[in-house]
Design a protein around this ligand. Structure first.
Ligand code: PMV
Length: 334
């Protein structure tokens, strides 16, 4: 099946009959605790394994969309983006699946309050917000499960950005792809916090999509990763159920390290670290050796994210005063 056919199957038959003045939505960024790395179907962007994330509350993207007559235009944080940039080409390709007579082009404006293209899931929240904005613009009235099946075509991890809290994305097994979707894990965990450590705001030298394809093409690498990830995600769900922080944190750190080890071993090697991120991971490991229960994770970028409990907020602020701290299930942690 081709993507166009896959998307058409998911849209209501009435797609294009209603085009509102605009559609607008916010979606939070998410951090994978069990990573999505590798695809079981490259064409349809079906993941090799399930993955599990935590959403970042108010950090994310607000996207507003309306119909345009003669060309697409994209504005990011108030700045017009060049139509020949990679960023705009990817957006135009995605929007191509939804063009219709009444809406041949789009005017898109996105406000993001996280660093872009630095491993902070800017594409995840961006494509999730965009898909929700499309839902409103065309009045599809699709639920979030269905939207997660559409947004993942823009960016796989976007499927997990339609909810707050913990979210699981099922890889599914069917070739018809209906069983590949994301859903929230209903729970709360009031003292669980995430810190985003400061780093330089550099753009990625290689996109996560390219890095994934390059590092996961060998059968033995894929099989080992699949086995390891299936084990970890089972235990992670038990850790969430039991609110076992040490288990959750150590598994997340182990899985992030495993993903980066695969990238380091690929040909050519891919390394998203900067001197700052290396130093931060060393500092966290030292603090772990001193019995502090804090754990890191890292996606396809240099930013290090720390999982900690509210009681360690002062410790985090002591070592990284400019870290952004988030407490997904409570408003304040001080
Ligand atoms: O959503 P993509 O195609 O940019 O891939 C995201 C991959 C990671 O961020 C590294 C892991 C994940 O599960 O979010």
């Amino acid at each position: 099946m081709k993507i166009a056919e896959y998307i058409t199957k998911r849209l209501p038959c009435s797609h294009g009959q209603t085009v509102r003045e605009q559609g607008s939505a916010f979606a939070p960024s998410n951090i994978a605790l069990v990573k999505y790395w590798g695809k079981r179907d490259e064409d349809l962007h079906l993941p090799l394994t399930d993955s599990l994330s935590i959403s970042l509350d108010y950090l994310g993207s607000t996207t507003t969309l309306s119909a345009a007559l003669d060309q697409d235009s994209f504005t990011l944080n108030g700045k017009a983006m060049a139509s020949n940039s990679q960023f705009c080409k990817r957006l135009s390709d995605f929007l191509g699946y939804f063009r219709c007579l009444a809406c041949p082009f789009f005017k898109l404006s996105s406000e993001m309050n996280i660093p872009i293209s630095a491993g902070l899931a800017s594409s995840a929240c961006g494509y999730a917000a965009l898909t929700e904005a499309l839902n409103e613009l065309f009045d599809w009235q699709l639920d979030k499960h269905a939207l997660s099946q559409i947004s993942r075509i823009g960016s796989g991890s976007a499927s997990r950005s339609h909810w707050q809290g913990f979210v699981i994305w099922h890889s599914g097994h069917d070739t018809n792809t209906d069983d590949c979707y994301a859903e929230p894990i209903t729970t709360d965990w009031h003292d669980l916090c995430v810190a985003i450590l400061p780093n330089e705001s550099t753009q990625k030298f290689i996109s996560s999509r390219e890095a994934m394809a390059l590092s996961m093409h060998q059968k033995n690498v894929r099989e080992k990763w699949q086995y390891q990830t299936n084990e970890i995600i089972q235990v992670m769900q038990i850790a969430i159920h039991d609110k076992n922080f040490a288990q959750l944190g150590s598994l997340a750190q182990q899985h992030a390290n495993a993903m980066h080890a695969i990238m380091h071993q690929s040909q050519p090697a891919i390394n998203y670290d900067t001197d700052i991120s290396k130093r931060q991971k060393q500092q966290i490991t030292q603090l772990q050796n001193q019995n502090h229960g804090i754990y890191y994770t890292q996606d396809a970028g240099p930013h290090i994210k720390v999982l900690f409990q509210a009681e360690n907020h002062a410790l985090i602020k002591h070592y990284w005063p400019s870290a952004i701290t988030i407490n997904p299930w409570s408003q304040h942690i001080e």
